[in-house]
Ligand binder design. Sequence first.
Ligand code: GDP
Ligand code: IMO
Ligand code: MG
Length: 426
Amino acid sequence: MANIIIVGTQWGDEGKGKIVDLLTEDSDLIIRFQGGNNAGHTLMVGDKKVILHLIPSGILHPGKLCIIGSGLVIDPEILIGEIDSLKHKGYKVSPENVAISERAHIIMPYHKIIDHARDSTQGIGTTGRGIGPAYEDKARRIGIRMIDLIHEEIFRKKLDIVFEEKQEYVTKILKLKPLEKEGFVEKFVKMGRKLKPYVTNTTVIIESAIRDGKHLLLEGAQGTNLDLDYGTYPYVTSSNTVAGQSCVGAGIGPTKITRVIGICKAYTTRVGGGPFPTELNNTTGERLRAFGGEYGATTGRPRRCGWLDLVALRHSVRLSGISHLAITKLDVLMGFKKIKVATAYKAGKTSIEHMPADLDVFKKLTPVYDELPGWEEDISSLRRHEDLPRNCKAYISYIEDKLQVKAAIISVGPKREETIVRTKLF
Ligand code: GDP
Ligand code: IMO
Ligand code: MG
């Protein structure tokens, strides 16, 4: 038995989807445990590209069970669209290989309206998918869950209770036009009927799989520095993204976890607002964006790009107990004469070794860089670690030494096969 958690170690978009797809071959159950369709996980199989927002990145492999856990907030329209689009592409999606937790919360139309309206003044740069407002209602105990959506009477009753309050908030506080209830209620009832066969107590399925010695892969979304508690608050998402959340969001005990894999891009990107100490607002940053294709998989926004940040990574290793790294997009660094890595930050004469909790500190600091020699070779066709250019191997060893974590996987391209597996994880 091996039960593995996959988490992002930076600000999201590290290539989690690719690594989950890769590791699915050796696993039986693939479980998404938090977030919603703010996530965009890209998989490249051959020349076919699939972007998943809610369905676990194991779905392209036949014979695996994909679970959407209790910790998610689900936009049913997006989920149905994703199911239909996968079917259209020839992949099997049915209650036999996809299960949705009855406890997962639903993103309602008013959540998206509120998200948009608030973000125009708050400036977090959210994905506008209603994620924050839906998690807010969950914590306030007025959320509507999957179990409610599939029972028409309960759904209507629960919605009646919250609707007046939402109407008042939208019209009086946000000063927007009134919400129209009738149109969306019927649509949601229909979507509930469509999703009903998938909705179940997923924790029982997971427990039985663990008893049978099956392998679990727990797929995180976003990254540690977007974590609600440990990220660059308030420029974060509204769920916990650290490894510990996988137990809550999937519904399994921490004793069942065997490894935690931190996905680490060979440089850093961020979408939306908030601190980003190693950001490069120059031609180097533009080059990383162009070579790395750094445009959001969910919103299409250009990603902010910068050098690798060991302060942010140490934070992740600590908070998620990362046992192995998967270093992705190493091919993108080809052709840089020098590669910089931030080892600490400096504010005046003070050296800062750990991620500051105070956002104001970020305004005053500058990164302290180590400089490593780059390499000229295209590494995307290489499949063995020993074949990598000397400086490329040195870059990997440098990261491993600084973080005291071994890189089990090196990704040298977006495709499944463009990968060097150094340690078998299952
Ligand atoms: P996720 O949200 O963490 O799953 O990452 P995204 O899918 O949003 O962004 C990662 C992007 O990089 C996707 O377009 C992937 O296809 C691509 N990708 C993943 N690994 C590699 C790699 O090693 N090299 C290159 N060039 N692209 C990669
Ligand atoms: P994956 O899983 C990168 C960012 C948004 C915004 C902040 C809050 O693909 O790595 P939200 O809509 O969640 O309230 O937005 O979080 N964000 C992501 N950035 N990758 C993601 O997911 C993200 N999900 C949310 O850009 O800054
Ligand atoms: Mg992404």
